[in-house]
Design a protein around this ligand. Structure first.
Ligand code: NDP
Length: 434
């Protein structure tokens, strides 16, 4: 804490992981002896940079860019870019730290990284977004490459932003280094099923947890927060598995539709028209819009899928969900539950799928995109989706086994953290003190 003052999100992420590693450290003192934990919490590199750009009125604007290259023990740094006004070093470091363990869990050869900017894409024209992303990539391009560091999307960074950044990277470096970014358009090296992967993967993971208890999505009521990339495809897959999703949100408020959310409307409003979720009730008068997102967790549901942002489920929300009979919580977003909220779920016997396991499907398919780029080949949608499904089952199985082996049966937080840790720690040991 003294070394990283004011980095509250980073402290929170580190605390969660270190606590669950206690049984591993007790059993294997070699990790302490070789300073593995001290090395793991220190990023290999944190780059910050100025991003100057010109708005449509001709004013010069300045934002701050970040890239954290956290850990490359098992492969090139891999992790998304977030454009949101809240972005700072603490948020980027918490995301990069988590990413290291998540990427290890996928079973793919990818290290951990993350980046972004405090730029707010909301309300900006396409030209402004393009000028900003070009300036951002002009600096970022010095530090990335298909074998060193491969960024992707995150909050505020979707297909449009990745396209602009890819164009700028290509202009600066020449050639067509397809593997330098993932989440690309299908026409220029993107992978089918990447757009759907995080949301689908989260639902596949929760489905494994439910099946383990003889339960399923069929006939259940689901609440999903957010209405971005992860939320939309979590809703789609939950519907396909026979569930009814009754609520979703954006940063202004949430909608409740007792008949089930009409996903086509949400997709058009958010993906095409870039409008607010409040517009939904104009087309579906039976639905209710409420200002503010916090109370979305007061809606009774069997399954909760937080897919918006960090710390959106606090202690009070967790208590409400439990009181209303929630059976499973699957984290589509990164660190959406506070540490207190997680304790409440675990103590109440709620099936809890932590982010680094439940939302690993996105980065797993990003790694599959890198493989396809290297082969100069594209798999069909169903091939990628089948691989994603198998990867999520594997993550579930490995997390269950690690939790059992280290004395916390059924605790997926401990299981995922340990399973992710071991592979990275052993690679670091093998590499000596670097
Ligand atoms: P998007 O930008 O597509 O969507 C984010 C959604 O969350 C939007 O509905 C947004 O509302 C809402 N939101 C963002 N910030 C806040 C906030 N501070 N309070 C309330 N609501 C907020 O992002 P993604 O769907 O890609 O990402 C969502 C989460 O999933 C993040 O935690 C991300 O790190 C995580 N994730 C994403 C992956 C991916 O493949 N995309 C992979 C793994 C994790 P509004 O439209 O009003 O901004």
């Amino acid at each position: 804490v003294a070394r990283n003052p004011h980095e509250t999100e980073f402290h929170q992420a580190v605390k969660e992981i270190l606590e669950s590693l206690i049984p591993v450290i007790s059993k294997h003192p070699k990790y302490m002896k070789h300073g593995i934990l001290e090395r793991m919490v220190e990023p290999e590199r944190l780059i910050t940079f100025r991003v100057p750009w010109v708005d449509d009125q001709g004013n010069v604007r300045v934002n701050r860019g970040f890239r954290v290259q956290f850990n490359s023990a098992i492969g090139p740094y891999k992790g998304g870019l977030r454009f949101h006004p809240s972005v700072n070093a603490s948020i980027i470091k918490f995301l990069g730290f988590e990413q290291t363990f998540k990427n290890s869990l996928t079973g793919q050869p990818i290290g951990g990284g993350k980046g972004g900017s405090d730029f707010d894409p909301k309300g900006k024209s396409d030209s402004e977004v393009m000028r900003f992303t070009q300036s951002f990539m002009t600096e970022l391009s010095k530090y990335i490459g298909q074998d060193t560091d491969v960024p992707a999307g995150d909050i505020g960074v979707g297909g449009r932003e990745i396209g602009f950044m890819f164009g700028q990277y290509k202009r600066l470096h020449g050639g067509h280094e397809a593997g330098v970014l993932t989440g690309k358009g299908i026409g220029y090296g993107g992978s089918l099923a990447r757009t759907e992967a995080t949301g689908y993967g989260a639902v596949y993971f929760v489905n494994e947890m439910l099946n383990g208890k003889g339960l399923s999505f069929e006939g259940s009521t689901v609440v999903v927060s957010g209405s971005g990339n992860v939320a939309i495809y979590a809703i789609q897959k939950a519907h396909q598995l026979g569930a009814k999703v009754v609520a979703c949100s954006d940063s202004n408020g949430y909608i409740y539709d007792k008949d089930g959310i009409n996903l086509e409307t949400v997709q058009r409003l958010k993906e095409v028209e870039r409008k607010r979720i409040s517009e939904y009730v104009k087309e579906h008068p039976g639905a209710i819009y409420s200002e503010g997102c916090h109370n979305i967790w007061s809606i009774p549901c069997d399954i909760a899928l937080p897919c918006a942002t960090q710390n959106e489920i606090d202690e009070a929300s967790a208590k409400l969900l439990v009181a209303n009979g929630v059976k499973a919580v699957g984290e589509g977003a990164n660190m959406p539950s506070t540490l207190d909220a997680i304790d409440i779920f675990l103590n109440a016997g709620v099936l809890f799928g932590p982010a680094k396991a439940a939302n690993a499907g996105g980065v797993a398919v990003s790694a599959l995109e890198m493989s396809q780029n290297s082969m100069r080949y594209s798999w069909h949608f169903h091939e990628v989706d089948d691989k994603l499904h198998a990867i999520m089952k594997n993550i579930y199985r490995n997390s269950v086994q690690a939790a059992e082996e280290y004395g916390h049966p059924g605790n997926m937080v401990v299981g995922a953290n340990i399973a992710g840790f071991l592979k990275v720690a052993d690679a670091m040991l093998a590499h000596g003190v670097v």
